[in-house]
Design a binder for this molecule. Structure first.
Ligand code: NAD
Length: 439
């Protein structure tokens, strides 16, 4: 099927390449000429494992193209909307300017019978508003909302083999939506054939599925981080606590890793936008707890910083501190609302000489925070450092060897912001090991 993907960032570029892989003919549209130029050459404009191979294959096949000209999407039958919905500069709500601009741009090119499919994460009520707008400007086209659940770092697999597919339609009981559902089923024929659950819901439910899922995940992380605060006050070990409660199948061990908390372009802004939208709807009290979830999360960044400050005391000012990680999570170069960078900036503010490193995200970080010092690899960052702070759990940092590290660093303080190192091994090698919520 001929498809278009409007907005080719972390979501859209992967979606476009994955849809080509599933056999479709795809044109990706973005307003960023540099991004389009890279993608058109089959190069990934950001770090995402598996994406370069997919792009290369897709572009070489002639079934995957990228353009800045939205008119080139006109022949597509299904148009996916994957533009950004960041936090508003003046508040907690979602900034829908990009969504609205993209809708206005594509509307004149929507052929009769074509389907516009929102994938961006939007406040509940957005799809109904856009549907009303389409009824004015493109009455022969229809709208569905198909929220995306991919995880950066695993985005290719998550797109090709999603754990569920949700379609939001105006009214799931109305026979008139059947043709749109059938069209989407054709798009997702491959994952559906393997038994992927597919749910058809009304617009509001589909929109809420996404923000509810992210709110639950954020809550799980902040719950264990709240337990870490209690553990710190009592000498308990939050990692053991998580293992023990996680063995209860109703709780589960996933997303129960205490540390410096969540960040990125989704969870923080999604829970804030959800709380803001609920307030607009007069039901703010229902998700008031998300404000606490956010606050607990942000406190952990402060806590990691204070562990370093307390341990180094007077020696902090001017001390070289190696910060391992700047991306918000491993296997990504995404630095949006990165807890790792937040810790770096806080330590710098306290007078430390912060040298940050990351396998993929330094170019993004350098552009956004030129005031920080960066090292190309962990060895350079660690050499002669007074302290090491692990803030993004890349595999190579998890595998850091205490003996080898001792030969490079001058100090013997390691702060494990992700609780991924073995305290026994580090202490045995003469280090002061400090975790998050561990004695
Ligand atoms: P992003 O910033 O990486 O990408 C957005 C892209 O849209 C950019 O390349 C931008 O240039 C482009 N764009 C903006 N206005 C445009 C327009 N009028 N026409 C064409 N292109 C335009 O953001 P992202 O991380 O890909 O997120 C996109 C949406 O997907 C957001 O709503 C986000 O919440 C949601 N989402 C993201 C993820 C994720 O892991 N990144 C996962 C699920 C859902």
């Amino acid at each position: 099927m001929r498809l278009s993907v409007i907005g080719c960032g972390y979501l859209g570029a992967v979606h476009a390449a994955a849809m080509t892989e599933l056999g479709h003919d795809v044109v990706g549209v973005d307003v960023d000429p540099a991004k389009v130029a890279a993608l058109a050459e089959g190069r990934a404009p950001f770090h995402e494992p598996g994406l370069p191979e997919l792009l290369e294959r897709g572009v070489a096949s002639g079934r995957l193209r990228f353009t800045t000209d939205v008119a080139e999407a006109a022949e597509a039958r299904v148009h996916f909307l994957a533009v950004g919905t960041p936090q508003r500069p003046d508040g907690d709500g979602a900034d829908l300017r990009f969504v609205d601009a993209a809708v206005e741009a594509i509307a004149p090119h929507l052929a009769p019978g074509s389907l516009l499919v929102g994938k961006s994460t939007v406040p509940v009520g957005t799809a109904a508003r856009i549907a009303a707008r389409l009824a004015e400007v493109a009455p022969d086209a229809s709208l569905a909302w198909n929220p995306e659940f991919l995880r950066e770092g695993l985005a290719v697999r998550d797109t090709l083999e999603p754990d569920r597919i949700v379609y939001g339609v105006p009214d799931p009981t109305d026979v008139r939506v059947e043709s749109d559902v059938a069209l989407l089923d054709e798009v997702y024929a491959t994952p559906l054939a393997t038994g992927t659950p597919r749910l058809v819901a009304d617009y509001a439910t589909a929109e809420l599925v996404k923000v509810a899922a992210n709110s639950f995940l954020a809550t799980k992380i902040s719950f264990i981080n709240a337990m870490a605060e209690i553990a710190e006050a009592t000498g308990a070990d939050v990692t053991l606590l998580a293992d023990a409660i996680g063995l209860d199948a109703r709780i589960g061990r996933k997303f129960l890793n205490a540390g410096i908390g969540f960040g990125g372009g989704c969870l923080p802004k999604d829970i804030r936008a959800f709380a803001a939208r609920a307030e607009e709807l007069g039901v703010g009290v229902a998700v008031e707890f998300l404000r606490d979830i956010d606050a607990i999360n942000l406190r952990r960044r402060e806590r990691a910083t204070s562990i370093v400050a307390e341990a180094l005391g007077d020696r902090l000012a001017g001390a070289k501190i190696a910060v391992l990680g700047v991306a918000f999570k491993p296997d990504s170069d995404d630095i949006r609302d990165s807890p790792a960078l937040d810790v770096s900036l806080r330590l710098r503010e306290l007078g430390a000489r912060v040298v940050a490193t990351d396998p993929a995200a330094i170019p993004n970080a350098r552009q956004r925070y030129p005031e920080l010092e960066y090292a190309d690899d962990a060895d350079d960052a660690i050499r002669d450092a007074e302290a090491i702070v692990l803030v993004t759990e890349w595999a190579q940092y998890r595998a850091l060897d205490p003996g080898r590290t001792s030969a490079l660093a001058s100090g013997r303080l390691i702060v494990d912001g992700r609780n991924v190192l073995d305290p026994v091994a580090w202490r045995a090698a003469g280090w002061t090991y400090r975790g998050m919520g561990r004695p």
